[in-house]
Design a protein around this ligand. Sequence first.
Ligand SMILES: Nc1nc2c(ncn2[C@@H]2O[C@H](COP(=O)(O)OP(=O)(O)OP(=O)(O)O)[C@@H](O)[C@H]2O)c(=O)[nH]1
Ligand SMILES: [Mg+2]
Length: 561
Amino acid sequence: MTNIVGRMREAFRGDQRVDADALVARLDAVRRFLTVVDGHLPDAQLVPAHTLVERAGTRLALSRDHTVVALAGATGSGKSSLFNALARMELSSVGVRRPTTGVTHACVWGPLDGGNRLLDWIGVLPRHRFVRESVLDADDESSLRGLILLDLPDFDSVQRSHRLEVDRLLGLVDLVVWVVDPQKYADRVIHTSYLSEFHRHRDVTLVVLNQADRLPPAELPRVLADLRRLLDADGLDGVPLLATTAVDPAGMAGLREALERTVAERQAALRRLQGDVDAVVAGLDELVGGASPAGGPDDAAVTALHRALAGAAGVPAVAEAVEQAYRHRGGATTGWPLVRGWRRLRPDPLRRLHLPGPAAGRDEPAESLVAATSVPDPTVAQRSALGLAIRSVADRAGADLPAAWPAAVTAAARSRLGDLPDALDRAVAGTDLGMDRRPFWWRIVGGLQWLVTLAALAGLGWLALGYGLRALGLPALEHPMVGEVPLPTLLLLGGLLAGLLVAALTRPIVRWAARRARRRAERRLTAAVAAVGEEHVLTPVRAVLSSYAEARTALGEAAGR
Ligand SMILES: Nc1nc2c(ncn2[C@@H]2O[C@H](COP(=O)(O)OP(=O)(O)OP(=O)(O)O)[C@@H](O)[C@H]2O)c(=O)[nH]1
Ligand SMILES: [Mg+2]
């Protein structure tokens, strides 16, 4: 990308013909570039490209059979004299009072109709338009057929409006003939403000040293050589330089011939536009040049973003609540039945956070779950950690990009910051924490607990019945014996002890399973908040990076590669 300009120059030099289709393709690429970078790069830097696309589109749609040539130069250099001499008619006033020409005059060789639309676009008033080729001329002027010659006001004028008019027209014409005279050919203004600015339009630039008759014949080669040196310094090496004498038809032959060649080639309009595209592309190069397209957001920064999002979404608090809730619910199902009721009185840690989200809500659109949870709002520290993580993703992603792109990446990363809190809350509320169903083994242990408790109660009842009968003086019950111990006593004590033992053995298993449940919930929640980060932060960042890559490709095509 760095050497686009150099390569373009090579392609541009010489008498190579410009392929109209290739030029149109390059303009399309500039258009595509502008579409892709829209909103990412400052508009002010894109003005020349927009102007080019608009002007080139219009110029190509208008007559390609005409070549618009402007005579430009300082006042008194002889532009109007050359204009009249080429037209062989007195169309534009030549005067002693300076500046003489205040508005642009046009002369069209061939029927005026075709050139009129071009002149409307260029902005030459109808009363200053003339037609050169009449029936009377027969074939004399046919070699210039298609030429539209413009006599411009002076660019170094005391009249500011003249300079504005010249600057406007120089942007529209196909070829410029710079007219200088022996007195002022070395003036700084024409070289610094104009000629050196035209170095990309060398193929559509001609320089004439007019009023050559005013120089002693021996002086002319020296002045021409001096002027050539100045032109080379302006970057206009290779540009044709001719000596002309407007007051002598013979002194016009070289210029006339050069114009005839230009008109016959019908290349000037395309070459001019090609020079414009080159200039615009060179100007845009620094906006997308340098780095190769970035691969995407940096992995470490993305991991840090996920962590910060999890913090802001309250994932650690929810995971902690999942572990506690597992222990709470597990204890309530598998604990000693005589104390289960007491356990149930304590609130469920997950329900306190209004989690898990409403079971039916999971199938509903996410919007219906707004603010569904009571997870604590992120702290100031968590908010700023999230802000930093987003900035870091943007900084890393935009680090190698040129000019305004890093700012565009940062803006994209932060573009949906306002939606993040709700989106994170919805993500947490919508995550299946894996706490809906009770594990099967809880029920087995629970059943076992009831069984041993019933055994204890049966033993208690049996013993109570025995005491009751004895107290009433009725025949005592014969308790079956297991070894030395009566069966009811064994049932009562064994049942109670077994219940306590099962509860004691189950507790560590419940705790271990609670930690597993916590990790599973953490995984799912982290995946859910990562998806939010993907949608709200990373996708916009990737969109800018892909715009950058597309802009590079488009500019490469616009450069003609
Ligand atoms: N001897 C001689 N005089 C010339 C030649 N070209 C122009 N002149 C004279 O130079 C003076 C200025 O010529 P213009 O054609 O009006 O110059 P211009 O560049 O149109 O000047 P503005 O309209 O003021 O920008 C006139 O007096 C011309 O007669 C030339 O080749 N030789
Ligand atoms: Mg004039």
